[in-house]
Design a protein around this ligand. Structure first.
Ligand code: ZN
Ligand code: ZN
Length: 369
């Protein structure tokens, strides 16, 4: 990963935002800019220099990780005198940006009165997040590794579904399999939703046992070195009803239409529309109750959003999901999700799990029974 070049790019956007400094307190952003992965740290960035203020638990780790990343940031270990160090750093700054989406009201008041009384504090939005949209080769390698682990874990677990485990068992086994395959963990709490539960897009796994005729939605991802993967597959146990079969076909077609619409320069909302129009044509516009996708990276949900209300334009190097769904109480739900890398002439799909949907009981050999 090219961590060392990120601060220079940040300084450009801070300057464009009319600020001469930025306080970065959101830890995912601190990690992106410095390589530091600790749970306490405030990164202070101005044109001439940057300082990471952390506490006694993290001094050594911060120096090591920032050194490894080749980033020019001074590490200062501080306790109660943190605000004095920050005030000294801020001398001469006029307009100091805060990450408005990550600073609480109470924090903002404290920063204004105790830390930076001489600077004007300016709300900024998405400065680091917009840099994060574009993935470098190292980041992409980690996301691909995470996606490959999730693919393989699901492939190993798929035959198990025919044995009718509970939703909770499927989720636990899938997460254990991802860890065995080298993931640091799941990238979010695995969703396994069966039967009536599948009609809720973000159902939590329950002790419900998978049953004949169920639609089953499995939404899972792996975490590798801070980077997330995200995919969803939907299955039917045994023979689908005609309406279930139609749900599976329509959502699969909508998802393919969305993937086909992805390309650098395309408005994210047009990808949403590509999925939505297929589902609307099937008469289920109201049953597609969420946006089409989201960026994936250091966060499981990050910019850009792929939705009807998104102003984002896709660019080469973005990694986004395409995940339309149809949810019909009484029949269940279907969602299909791939993560894709946006390229200049289309996209590269990073999820390779097969989209075949039917789960049959294990073949039995009459001769041995
Ligand atoms: Zn997902
Ligand atoms: Zn997703």
């Amino acid at each position: 990963m090219e961590v060392a070049s990120r601060l220079a790019r940040l300084r450009t956007v801070v300057d464009e935002a009319g600020c001469d400094g930025l306080v970065v307190g959101h830890l995912t952003n601190v990690r992106y800019l410095t390589g530091f992965t600790g749970s306490a740290g405030l990164l202070l960035v101005r044109a001439e220099h940057a300082v990471l203020v952390t506490d006694g638990r993290y001094g050594e780790q911060a120096r090591e990780q920032i050194g490894d990343a080749g980033v020019e940031v001074d590490v200062v270990v501080a306790g109660a005198e943190r605000h004095e160090i920050a005030a000294a750093w801020a001398v001469g700054l006029r307009r100091l940006g805060l990450e408005a989406e990550h600073v609480s009201w109470a924090e903002q008041r404290r920063l204004a009165t105790d830390w930076f009384p001489d600077a004007e504090l300016v709300p900024t939005e998405g400065l680091v997040e917009r840099l994060r949209e574009h993935k470098d080769a190292g980041e992409l390698a980690r996301i691909e590794a995470a996606a490959a682990i999730a693919d393989e874990a699901l492939a190993r677990l798929r035959p198990r579904l025919a044995e009718r485990p509970t939703e909770r068992e499927v989720a636990a086994e899938l997460e254990a399999e991802m860890r065995r395959l080298g993931a640091d963990g799941p990238s979010f709490d695995t969703i396994v939703a069966s039967g009536p539960n599948a009609a809720r897009p973000h159902a939590r796994p329950t002790d419900r046992r998978l049953g004949e005729g169920d639609l089953v939605v499995i939404d899972a991802g792996a975490l590798v070195d801070g980077y997330h993967s995200d995919m969803t597959r939907s299955y039917v146990l045994g023979d689908p009803t005609p309406i279930q079969q139609r749900m599976l076909s329509v959502v699969t077609e909508a998802q393919a239409a969305g993937v086909a619409a992805v390309r650098a320069g395309v408005a994210a909302r047009d990808v949403d529309e590509a999925c939505r129009s297929v589902i609307a044509a099937a008469g289920w516009a109201d049953a597609f109750v969420h946006g089409t996708g989201h960026g994936v990276g250091l966060d499981i949900h990050e910019a850009p959003r792929v939705a009807a209300t998104s102003d984002a334009t896709l660019a080469a190097g973005h990694v986004v999901t395409v995940e339309p769904g149809v949810y019909l109480p009484g029949h269940g739900g279907v969602r299909v999700e791939d993560s894709v890398l946006v390229t200049t002439d289309g996209c590269r799909v990073l999820t390779h799990a097969p989209k075949s949907t039917t789960i049959r009981p294990p073949a039995t050999d009459p001769g041995t029974r």
